[in-house]
Design a binder for this molecule. Structure first.
Ligand code: XBP
Ligand code: MG
Length: 236
């Protein structure tokens, strides 16, 4: 089946962002006089929950059993997450988080080969904009036929909803697309939507279970190999 579109996950796939997310969460906590500190081993566990707001709630409900939730708990979490997002987008706008190897080349070359592009991510829309504008400028959205992110679907990865939203927006069948992901949650989401899913791992995800992936790479340094395995007709 001819591949008509590539659907990109964001965090961990387009760029290695999770350490910046982790630091941003911790800055938001300390700014709100919360003595919460997500170190790397704890964040590795918390990453099993996708979505920053959902992750904060999971942390409170799993690790802070005697914590007295403030009134308006939902608003408290939303506000905390908004502060975290401001810290994160500030880091992105300083150009502190580069794209992973060959991701920009893949996007540009696929576009030139008339392959349609989309984004399917759990992260917040502000984060997508701040990251993509770094590499493609203010008009980056024109390169993507669909940008599925954040709360646009209620059920986040590993549920298939965000990929189904993108397929629906692009009016494409799963067989005509491939997905590029970094995590077990992302893989499960893509597979559940019926999409052939490729993995590039990172420090947070390299030990995860990628059963069902079309291929697992450390990164896309060997773009020619990826094009061959993925059946992408792109001149290298
Ligand atoms: C990764 C996530 C996100 C980020 C944090 O998204 O699960 O929650 O960790 O971003 P993906 P937010 O791999 O699907 O791009 O705090 O904005 O959720
Ligand atoms: Mg990811």
């Amino acid at each position: 089946m001819k591949i008509q579109a590539i659907i990109f996950d964001v965090d961990g796939t387009i760029a290695d962002t999770e350490e910046a997310h982790r630091v941003s969460f911790n800055r938001a906590f300390s700014e709100n006089n919360l003595n919460w500190n997500w170190d790397v081993p704890l964040y590795d566990k918390l990453l099993k929950i996708t979505g920053g707001k959902e992750r904060i709630k999971h942390f409170v409900e799993t690790y802070l059993l005697d914590y007295k939730k403030p009134d308006e708990y939902e608003n408290f979490v939303k506000n905390l997450h908004m502060i975290k997002t401001t810290h994160y987008t500030t880091m992105l706008k300083k150009g502190l988080i580069p794209f992973r190897p060959n991701i920009k080349k893949l996007i540009v070359d696929a576009k030139k080969a008339n392959i349609r592009l989309a984004i399917a991510t759990t992260t917040s829309p502000e984060n997508v904009t701040a990251l993509m504008e770094q590499e493609f400028g203010k008009d980056y959205e024109t390169m993507f036929d669909a940008i599925g992110c954040g709360d646009i679907v209620s059920k986040k990865k590993p549920a298939p909803d965000i990929y189904e939203w993108v397929l629906n927006k692009m009016k494409l069948k799963p067989d005509n697309c491939i997905a590029l992901e970094d995590s077990e949650n992302g893989l499960k989401s893509g597979l559940a939507a019926g999409i052939k899913t490729f993995i590039t791992t990172n420090l947070y995800t390299q030990q995860q279970d990628f059963t069902g992936a079309a291929a697992v790479y450390k990164d896309l340094s060997n773009l020619e190999e990826f094009y061959r395995v993925a059946g992408l007709n792109i001149r290298h």
